[in-house]
Design a protein. Structure first.
Length: 297
């Protein structure tokens, strides 16, 4: 598809959550018209008003009927059933573009729409959304995974480029593993950093985010630039006594907090770090065994 010749599309958004609102705003900024959204909660209605002012809030069938491009940004668990139900009602039209942003799925989940003659495309932005205008410049620094049949793949790629992001092609069969990698990096980082903030706050440190900010940015930047070789810290150095001190302190923290959550996470990730340090060659088998035995004691 030639971007310069691309027809401006009437876009309908089913599910005005954080992702839907931002993608809709980006498509609108690219010159497409958002003709309607669904928004069932007060939060989604407020988000639609803030991010897509003037766009009518409609029922699902009306949004699908009015739109040339329908974007589903509902939860993964309801997507298949929703698409199947709309297809059974005959709501999809030949040539209509049907897209979703669920990382786990490719286009197979949209097959009922494809049988009605629709063009089906799966997108997934590698971005943690706030649902606000803050996401727009971040989107332009992100990649968006595109999955589609070879003949229509350029349509998805063109839409991504129009939003200012970089398209990457992910095969249908690879979507679950791709999504696992993305979720592992993002969601588990949030869990670990959140735990660290709580521990620091429990020590009476008022500005815990400031304590971690430079460290985390440097760790992420170094890893993105150097890969696994950026690994540092006591496990990477084989510093058994330091790891022992950590575990003792975390055991005391667990008693005070009434939960072993942080200690359990530390032990699990330290085991993974031992394996990585072995592959990096920063510790030998003997040191690795010492640390593993300590972690499992």
């Amino acid at each position: 598809m030639n971007l310069e010749d691309q027809t401006r599309l009437g876009v309908g958004i089913v599910g005005c959550g954080k992702v839907g609102a931002v993608i809709g705003r980006a498509l609108r900024a690219a010159g497409h018209a958002v003709v309607g959204v669904t928004a069932t909660s007060e939060a989604s209605r407020d988000r639609a008003e803030a991010m897509l002012p003037g766009v009518p809030v409609l029922d699902i069938e009306t949004v699908v009927e009015r739109a040339e491009l329908v974007l589903f940004t509902v939860s993964d668990d309801v997507l298949g059933e929703l698409v199947s139900g709309l297809a059974a009602l005959g709501r999809f039209k030949p040539g209509q573009i049907i897209m979703h942003c669920a990382g786990r799925f490719g286009t197979e989940v949209l097959e009922p729409a494809a049988r009605a003659g629709a063009i089906t495309i799966a997108l997934h932005p590698s971005l943690s959304f706030t649902g606000t205008s803050m996401d727009l410049p971040r989107l332009q620094e992100a990649t968006i995974a595109v999955t589609a049949a070879r003949t229509v793949l350029p349509i998805g790629q063109a839409l991504v480029v129009e939003m200012g992001a970089e398209p990457i092609v992910v095969a249908e069969a690879d979507r679950p593993l791709y999504h696992a990698a993305i979720a592992h990096a993002s969601n588990h980082t949030v869990a670990v950093v959140g735990q660290a903030l709580e521990v620091l706050a429990g020590l009476g440190i008022d500005d815990a985010p400031r304590v971690l900010a430079s460290l985390l940015r440097a760790s992420v930047d170094n890893t993105l630039q150097s890969g696994p070789g950026a690994l540092t810290g006591p496990v990477s150095r084989g510093d058994v006594d330091t790891v022992r001190a950590h575990l003792e302190a975390l055991s005391e923290q667990a008693v005070e907090a009434g939960s072993t959550e942080v200690g359990d996470t530390y032990r699990a990730l330290a085991r993974a770090t031992v394996a990585r340090a072995l592959r990096n060659g920063t510790i030998d088998d003997a040191k690795a065994l010492q640390i593993i035995e300590l972690l499992e004691s």
